[in-house]
Design a protein around this ligand. Sequence first.
Ligand code: CA
Length: 450
Amino acid sequence: MRSAMLLLRTAAAVVCLAALSAQLSAKDKPAPAAANKSSGDASVNRPASAAPVDASGWSGQSGSSGDPTMTADAIKLATANFKKCIENEWPEAQRRGVTRATFDAYTAKLTPDLQIMDLLDDQPEFAKPIWEYVDSIVTDERIAQGKAALDQYRETFDAVEKATGVDRSVIAAIWGVETNYGKARDTRPVIRSTATLACIGRRQGYFREEFVTALEILQQGDIAPERFNGNWVGAFGGTQFMPTTYKRFAVDFDNDGKRNIVDSVADMLGSTAKALKAFGWSTGQAWGYEIALPQNFNYFLASGPARTVGRWGGIGVTLVDGKPLPQDKSIAAVLLPAGAEGPAFLALGNYQVLLNYNPAEPYALAVAALSDRLRGGGPFVHTWPHDARMLTAAERFELQDLLLRRGLLFRAPSGRFDQATRYAVQKFQSSNGMTPDGFATATVLERLRM
Ligand code: CA
C-alpha cells in the first residue's frame, strides 16, 4: 500500500499527492493515493504516442496498469453503462438519508470525467528520488508562507492546539504540502470525480463509498455544491480530505453550524488536527530527528524491530551533531530513506501518525521537514546522494528477477519495492562487500548483473 501511494504521489502533481492518502489511511485500505496510482504497476509504460483526445479530454488509450478494467474498450463499455451504474447506488444513498430530490439534482445530468482515466494510470518511467520530492516541498518560499499563515491564524492555531494537543507546525505543514496553504485551488466537482471513479476503471470498489459519502455531504448542506470541488480523486479542502475522511473527522471549529473545510480555515485546521489526534498523536513529542550512525552500524537493525531511543543511544547512535540522544523510553525506528549515503533519522511515534494520515514515506518526511522549519529549526544536515540513479520501471523488475534467481527473493517480480525486496537487497549487498542499506540504486543492479 505504501509503495502504491508513493507511486501515485510521485506521478501525480504535488498538489494532489497528499490528499489521497489521508483518506486511505483513515479508511480501510485502498489508499486514496492508491486510487490514483496503482500499486504494482510501476512496470508498464504508457505508449508514448500522442493519441487523439476525445471531447471528454480522454486520450482514448488503454491505461498502463494492464488492469482489464483499464483497457480502452473496457472504459468505453463502462462509460456507456455510467447512468445505470450511478442509479445502482440509489438504494445505498437512500439508506444513508439522501433524498430522491438530492440524488436527482446531483446525478441526473452527471457525465463522467474521462480525463481521470488517463490520470489514474499515469505512471512515471523513473521513480522520482525522495529528495526531489522533499526539496520541491520544503522551499524558502513555502517556509515563509507557512510562517505567515501561522501568524495570520495565530488565534485559531492556539485554539486548535488547546483542543487537540496537536502541534501547530505539523498542521500548518500538512496544509502547506497539500495545497500550498490553500493557494492551490481545486476545480473538479467532487461528485463528478468520485462518480467517474466509482463506475469506470480499476478503483470502483473504493470510490463507490466515496461517491455515496459525497452525496451525503451534499445532502447535509455544510458545503455549498458550487464550492464542493477537489482534485481528480475527489480530495477537497486545504488539507485534501476524501469524502469519507470528512465524514469521520470534520468538525465545526468556528461554531457557525456548518462543517465547512473548504471555506473555513478554522474548520479545516480543527478537522485536520482531529484526524491526527485520532491517528495517535502524542502531545509534546517530536516526530523524530536527524541522527548520526556509528562507524560499525549494523544496517540490518534498521529493518529490524523498533527499539527505544535509549537503546539506539546504547549502540552509538547520536544526534546529527554528535551529541547524545535524549534519555527516552519512546519506541523509535532508524530511517534511511536514501540509504547509507543519505541522511539518517530516528522516527518516533508521531512520524508513524503522519504515515497513518498518508502512508507515503516522501510525504511524511516532507511534512516532518517542513514542520521543523516552520518551528524555526534548520534544514537536514547530511546531504542527499544526488548522484545516485534510481531504477526505471523495467529495471525494478529486472532487479527483483535477479534477486529471485539468486534465491534471495521468493516471489514473482512485481516492480514494487516492499520490505521483502529491501531485505533481499540487503542480503545481496552484505555478501558482496557493499554496505547493506537495502537502497536499490543502479549500482546495485549493475553488481547483480555480473
Ligand atoms: Ca464551521
